[in-house]
Structure formats: structure tokens, C-alpha cells
Ligand binder design. Structure first.
Ligand code: FE
Length: 346
């Protein structure tokens, strides 16, 4: 009798363990934005599925997944750049999935190509544009309204940009390669190196501040860094951002380069049903609004109403973005890195 009781308690505990495992997903996230906390807690509130999070940078997450192999506890992976998503996909770190909800919500050019079974390895969840800011006293808008013009010798000694090898730049340059081809892209990179005010250093916010401080006249940045400054409680930062000219390049041609922050189910997820549920939650109007209002990114879901004054102010409401497959942008990164080495773009 007593043994039977013990067995039934053990069985009950095992069952509870199994149930709990169903109600937890392990999220490996490279999204370095504190405002995302609300995003995760709303999902848990709505579904009862808890999220255990591992935060690291993109390279750290990929390294961890490689080391853990098939024993990895990861269910969902969030990365913040097309070239990194592409790299993880080619290394087989993602589990391609079928989801009508995701396919209906995410435009074809903002997700990976389907495999032979029609499954998709990753989905863009939000976008950020890579734009140009400039000193209105030193530079005319039409001097910098296209990426190609950043290589014009007239801008000699005036350009600030972060490292060429940073994934945000690798993706931009990979996109330019799609638009202009190899020879023209390498020439363009060479021209930018001659125009630099200083060696590449710092992040995008540092480039914006360098224009405001007069160190350079032109800089390249992702939109959400500029929007963050425009909405800052720090008056000095806010007025720095407000003083600058802002251009969404190539409105007259192929459109401004946009990069994605994306999500995927982990290759060895033990709970892929819940992982897919989380990805589907990320394209819901509430989550998409969160990307727009919490972290100043553009939603991937079309015709979604959102109200972010900084995004509106800088873009004038709408802008033309390029529509090349973002997966092709990732694929070009090796070629682009070799060009950077050749032209001395650090
Ligand atoms: Fe970033």
C-alpha cells in the first residue's frame, strides 16, 4: 500500500514536470533592448507559457548553440541582423517550420527562402532603416541623398561610420552589392574610405554624436538609434538629434536599405509547438506595436496602425524601402568582407 502511494506520488511529480516543460520556452535573445520585457510578460500572461531567457550578443548565441549541439535547451532564437540570421540558417542552427499565420503576416522578401518541404527557417519580425544624418551647415541634402554619393570626393574627410565588418554595415554593403554589382561596390567602398573623417570606431549612436559635435559632417546610422535620441529624456541628447539633417537614401531609385530583427525556432527545440506559438505572437498587432513604440522599429506586418512620433518625424510618415530578398543580402557578406579587406575599410 505504502509503496503504491510512493509510486503514485512519483508518477504525479513526473507528470507535473512534463506539464511544466510544456509551459516553458527557452529564449536565446540578442535583442539588447530593455523595453522588450513587456513583450515577454504579455506573452506569458496570454498563453501561460513562461519564458526563460538567455541574453547574449549574436556571436555569443551562435557559439553557444554550436557548442550545445543536440543537447541545447534553446527553443526560440532572436537575432538582430539579416547576415547573422543567414549565417545561423546555413549552419543548420534553426528548425524550419510551417505556419500559415507567419507566412500570411511576414512579407516574402523579409523571411528566409522555403526549403524543399516548403518550411521556412526564420522570419523578420521588425525592420530598421539604415539612413544618413548630416550637418545642415556643412552639407546640402542632395549631396547625401543616395548611398552612392557617400563616396563622392567632395565629401573628403567628412564621413563617420562604424566598422565595415559590423553586421549592420555588412548587410548594407551586401544590399548595395545586389543593386550595383561587384566592381561598382568595391569602388564605392574605396571612395568611402578616402572620405572618412577618422578610422571607424564606436556604435551608431557615436556616429550621430560625432556629427552633432562637428567631428564629421555626415554619418550612417540605424533609425532606431536616432529615434531613441529624439525621444530621450536627456535634453542635450534630444537637441543634438534634433539639430541634424536626416535623409532616407535612394528614394529616387531602389529605396532605403532596411535590415530585419528576426526570430527562428531552434534546431533541437524540445517544445517546438510552444516556440511557434511565440513566433506567431510576435506578429500579432500588440507585439508589432510594441516593436514600433517600445524600440522604434517598423513593424513587418503591413497596414498596421502605430503611433511613434520620432519615426514619423524622421521619415515624414512613409518612405520607400528596398525590396530585394533579405536572404540574398546575407549571402553577399563573405564577398563584401573580402572587399573591405582589399580597400582597407576597418
Ligand atoms: Fe543595434
Amino acid at each position: 500500500m505504502r509503496i503504491q502511494k510512493i509510486i503514485s506520488v512519483v508518477v504525479a511529480l513526473c507528470w507535473m514536470g512534463a506539464t511544466n516543460a510544456q509551459n516553458v520556452i527557452n529564449l536565446y535573445s540578442a535583442r539588447h533592448y530593455p523595453t522588450d520585457e513587456a513583450l515577454y510578460s504579455e506573452f506569458t500572461k496570454a498563453t501561460g507559457i513562461a519564458i526563460q531567457r538567455v541574453d547574449a550578443d549574436d556571436a555569443g548565441i551562435l557559439a553557444r548553440l554550436r557548442t550545445e549541439g543536440s543537447s541545447s535547451p534553446a527553443d526560440v532564437i532572436l537575432l538582430v541582423d539579416a547576415s547573422r540570421l543567414w549565417k545561423a540558417e546555413t549552419e543548420g542552427l534553426f528548425l524550419p517550420v510551417n505556419s500559415k499565420v507567419l507566412e500570411a503576416a511576414v512579407p516574402v522578401h523579409l523571411r528566409s527562402k522555403p526549403n524543399g518541404q516548403g518550411e521556412i527557417a526564420w522570419f523578420g519580425m521588425s525592420t530598421r532603416a539604415r539612413i544618413v544624418v548630416y550637418d545642415k551647415l556643412k552639407v546640402d541634402r542632395q549631396q547625401v541623398d543616395a548611398y552612392e554619393k557617400l563616396a563622392n570626393p567632395k565629401l573628403k574627410g567628412q564621413l563617420c561610420i562604424r566598422s565595415g565588418s559590423h553586421p549592420y554595415n555588412l548587410s548594407l554593403f551586401g544590399a548595395i552589392h545586389e543593386h550595383m554589382g561587384s566592381a561598382a561596390t568595391e569602388n564605392w567602398l574605396k571612395g568611402m574610405v578616402s572620405n572618412m573623417a577618422r578610422s571607424p570606431k564606436g556604435g551608431d549612436t557615436d556616429q550621430i554624436k560625432s556629427v552633432a559635435s562637428g567631428e564629421c559632417a555626415v554619418a550612417v546610422t540605424n533609425t532606431y538609434y536616432l529615434a531613441r535620441m529624439l525621444r530621450s529624456n536627456n535634453a542635450a541628447e534630444k537637441s543634438m538629434a534634433e539639430s541634424l539633417g536626416v535623409v532616407f537614401p535612394n528614394q529616387g531609385s531602389w529605396g532605403t536599405h532596411v535590415n530585419v530583427a528576426g526570430a527562428a525556432v531552434a534546431r533541437y527545440s524540445k517544445n517546438s509547438a510552444a516556440a511557434i506559438k511565440f513566433l506567431e505572437y510576435l506578429v500579432s498587432p500588440a507585439a508589432q506595436n510594441h516593436f514600433a513604440n517600445g524600440n522604434n522599429e517598423w513593424p513587418v506586418v503591413k497596414d498596421l496602425k502605430f503611433d511613434n512620433p520620432a519615426l514619423k518625424a524622421m521619415s515624414g510618415g512613409e518612405f520607400k524601402s528596398e525590396v530585394i530578398p533579405i536572404s540574398a543580402v546575407g549571402m553577399n557578406q563573405i564577398k563584401v568582407q573580402q572587399m573591405l579587406d582589399r580597400v582597407g575599410f576597418k
